[in-house]
Design a binder for this molecule. Structure first.
Ligand SMILES: [Zn+2]
Length: 227
């Protein structure tokens, strides 16, 4: 191989790091690859990530959180902000490992008039002052809509977004050129059944993830009526 054709060492390092992080996500059972998977949208794909399983192994989550914290270590951070249970667990791990010893707060996700909304509990609002340096943490970024709402929320309070850290980012997501660091940056192609290359090859279709959604209900218990 000529010197010119050799890959940039920094790019190779990123590639190796991503492989390690993918392997960690695979060990938690969250990441599935080399398969032929039916998505809830009806599209087919070869990779899938089960969001709720991403943070089930504390030592892995702590290790991944430390990598994100190390990336942002040179910037002072007053507060780490996230929404959703998975992102909150990760944000705790990031805050614990960041040299600024930032506090951890979280917003609530909801819908208002059919539109997504994020809100910050009143108790956290007084901790967010003009100029507060905020690091946003997300587990998986697939459309970027939650992150964009969080950015608006922070700016509305006069605070500053110093960066965005996440486990997984779909590369197609546009975040307005904000400083984003993701452990894995990857887009997996999805196909219409008519044009799916795996269907063409006759690979059996894995319908497990869609079936699970429709056929299985979450375990739940309820207080008896009239108690
Ligand atoms: Zn297919």
């Amino acid at each position: 191989m000529s010197a010119g054709a050799r890959k940039d060492p920094a790019a190779v390092e990123t590639e190796v790091r991503e492989k390690i992080h993918l392997e960690i996500l695979k060990r938690t059972g969250a990441y599935h690859a080399n398969d032929h998977i039916l998505l809830p949208s009806g599209q087919h794909t070869s990779e899938y990530i089960e969001k709720t399983l991403v943070t089930t192994e504390p030592s892995f989550t702590e290790g991944l959180g430390a990598v994100i914290a190390k990336h942002f270590a040179q910037w002072p951070v007053d507060m780490v902000l996230s929404t959703g249970p998975g992102a909150l667990i990760l944000s705790h791990c990031v805050a614990r490992a960041h040299p600024s010893r930032p506090i951890v707060v979280y917003g609530a996700k909801g819908l208002s008039g059919g539109k997504r909304r994020v809100s910050l509990p009143v108790e956290f609002q007084r901790l967010t002052r003009p100029g507060t340096k905020v690091l946003l943490i997300e587990d998986l970024v697939s459309t970027g809509s939650t992150l964009n709402l969080l950015i608006n929320l922070v700016e509305q309070l006069g605070a500053l977004v110093v960066g965005i850290g996440c486990l997984w980012r779909r590369t197609s997501v546009d975040l307005d050129n904000r400083p984003v660091f993701s452990l894995v940056s990857r887009d997996f192609p999805t196909y219409d059944p008519d044009t799916c290359p795996f269907c063409k090859k006759g690979v059996p279709l894995n319908e497990e993830f869609v079936r699970r959604r429709h056929a299985r209900r979450p375990s739940s218990v309820q207080e008896p009526k009239g108690a």
